[in-house]
Ligand binder design. Structure first.
Ligand code: PMP
Length: 305
């Protein structure tokens, strides 16, 4: 008999696929980690599962609890997915910047949405979630930016999956960071296995996380005006700054040339790969594609100038 006992079992063990048409340089091999294959469509299913299991084990989350979380959308989906049928009330605080589709999907999973102004960024959403927590009895917040189950999920699952898929033959890993859980967990695991593996942070122009001036940008899910506790900057060997235009264009190219429908943070990571490849002449590069592209129609990802 070959079947899964529940959708929850489909979290993780995502495919790693060779990227054949986007970068053609002899000696360079590029592989994409398809985190968009997780059941709710993003890398965040992993941490939803870890944070809920951890909170239930510690007694922090109890029957009847209200979960309140500031999220760009994917973390909300990951939490809502793992909380299905458990009887929790769920409220997500989402800056208006983030895609309508993600907000609609969170509602489809039974969550309530509170929006905060785009200009206030994630810090505005975090402040609002603190305010709601003070008002609603029995409410808890996982605080993904401080919750060590977040990087742990990637240290224990995403990192080993990547290492095993390539038998450890990895030179560079390129990805963006929001909470930094993915970056930190994956790079910590890989560098423990082989300290020569380089972590390259793809950071939007306008995010101050990787340096540079603060500004507005449309790439979703990565970059921040603060460095979360869950982000270990010591694991970053290099930062490559990426513009909205470069990221959106690379997401479209990824769909047109490889058949991978991925979001704008995936495009940002690929744009960083493109810049990296101009400077190196050999190596195996892994790029992480955190979420699905078909949740960015309203963000005009597929509208061509
Ligand atoms: N890409 C997208 C689309 C995301 O939603 C997120 C999480 N905000 C990330 C990348 C970054 O993941 P992490 O929080 O693990 O740094």
């Amino acid at each position: 008999m070959k079947y899964y006992e529940s959708m929850q079992e489909l979290i993780g063990n995502t495919p790693l696929v060779q990227i054949n048409h986007l970068i053609s340089k002899e000696g360079i091999h590029l592989f994409g980690k398809l985190e968009l294959y997780n059941p709710s469509g993003s890398v965040k299913d992993r941490i939803g599962q870890y944070m809920i299991a951890d909170a239930e084990k510690n007694g922090f989350l109890k029957p009847g609890s209200t979960i309140i979380e500031a999220t760009a959308g994917n973390t909300g989906l990951g939490i809502a997915f793992s909380a299905l049928n458990k009887g929790y009330r769920i409220i997500f605080v989402v800056p208006t910047k983030f895609s309508l589709e993600k907000q609609q999907l969170m509602k489809a999973f039974g969550a309530e949405i509170v929006n905060t102004p785009r200009e206030l960024g994630m810090l505005g959403a975090v402040a609002k979630s603190e305010e709601l927590k003070a008002q609603i009895p029995g409410s808890v917040s996982f605080e993904q930016f401080k919750n060590m189950s977040n990087p742990l999920a990637h240290y224990e699952t995403t990192g080993p999956e990547i290492y095993d898929a390539l038998d450890g033959k990895i030179d560079y890993v390129v990805l963006g960071a929001g909470s930094g859980g993915t970056f930190t967990g994956v790079l910590k695991y890989l560098k423990e296995k082989n300290p020569d593996i380089k972590g390259v942070l793809a950071d939007p122009i306008g995010s101050t996380m990787g340096g540079g001036e603060h500004g507005d940008y449309n790439i979703e899910g990565i970059g921040n005006d603060f460095i979360a506790d869950t982000m270990d900057m010591k694991l970053v060997d290099e930062v490559i700054k990426v513009s909205d235009q470069e990221a959106f264009e690379m997401s479209r190219e990824l769909t047109r040339k490889e058949g991978i429908i991925a979001g704008t943070s995936s495009g940002a990571a690929l744009a960083a790969v493109q810049k990296l490849v101009e400077r190196i002449d050999k190596g195996n590069i892994v790029v992480i594609f955190p979420d699905r592209g078909d949740r960015y129609f309203s963000a005009k990802l597929y509208e061509y100038e």
